[in-house]
Design a protein. Structure first.
Length: 213
């Protein structure tokens, strides 16, 4: 299996690892609400099985996704817009670093304490990085000419970006009373994590097709 296929497998595995971590840790906390609570609360300091979320959720996802994006570096360099390719790769890796940091620096209980610890402050900074970059990744990566000019996927990438941006706005607006905060965050995360998995699947299929031709 070549590096492109290996990278694509990593890209497909990343969202699965994150999802399994969320489901496992949430199941161990009967009081946890997917509707009102942040995903980060599953990795909060001293929380039940929080290490699972931080290692196999944030950690594994960020590393596997970074492997996938890095595996595309040579394709981006040979694309129609190599400068945009380099910018997209840097932004994508910054995104991965933000996810990784969100796991390393876990949030305090509820993730919105009156007096934040250093870990909470660093977690907030990592989250800010994600807010800046998360909705832009589909647009950046797709414009490189590294994928086929499939109109269906063209529209899917843009719908994903719009859905993620709207969910982000709704999530921020709901934080004060926590009405639907967790739900909006999950729409945001699910839309982008699914986009990454499908992007990786397309790369895997394309590479398999070239190998059989």
């Amino acid at each position: 299996m070549n590096r492109h296929k290996l990278g694509a497998v990593a890209g497909m595995a990343a969202p699965v690892s994150f999802l399994l971590a969320v489901l496992f840790v949430a199941a161990s906390r009967p009081e946890y609400s997917h509707y009102t609570q942040f995903i980060s609360e599953l990795g909060e300091t001293n929380g039940t099985h929080s290490w699972v979320m931080n290692v196999f959720g944030f950690g594994a996802f960020s590393i596997l996704t970074a492997i996938f994006f890095i595996s595309r570096a040579d394709t981006l360099a040979e694309s129609e817009h190599p400068l945009s390719g380099r910018v997209a790769l840097v932004l994508s890796l910054m995104f991965c670093l933000g996810v990784f940091a969100a796991g390393v620096f876990s949030c305090d209980t509820t993730c919105t304490p009156e007096v934040a610890t250093v870990s909470q402050q660093l977690h907030n900074f990592a989250s800010l990085v994600l807010v800046v970059l998360i909705a832009a990744i589909p647009v950046w990566v797709y414009h490189l000419g590294a994928l086929s000019h499939d109109q269906g996927y063209w529209w899917y990438s843009r719908v994903t970006t719009i859905a993620a941006a709207l969910a982000l706005v709704m999530m921020i607006g709901s934080i004060e009373d926590r009405d639907g905060t967790g739900m909006y965050q999950r729409v945001l995360v699910a839309s982008l994590w699914l986009w990454i998995a499908l992007f990786a699947w397309r790369v895997y299929r394309a590479d398999a097709g070239r190998g059989n031709s």
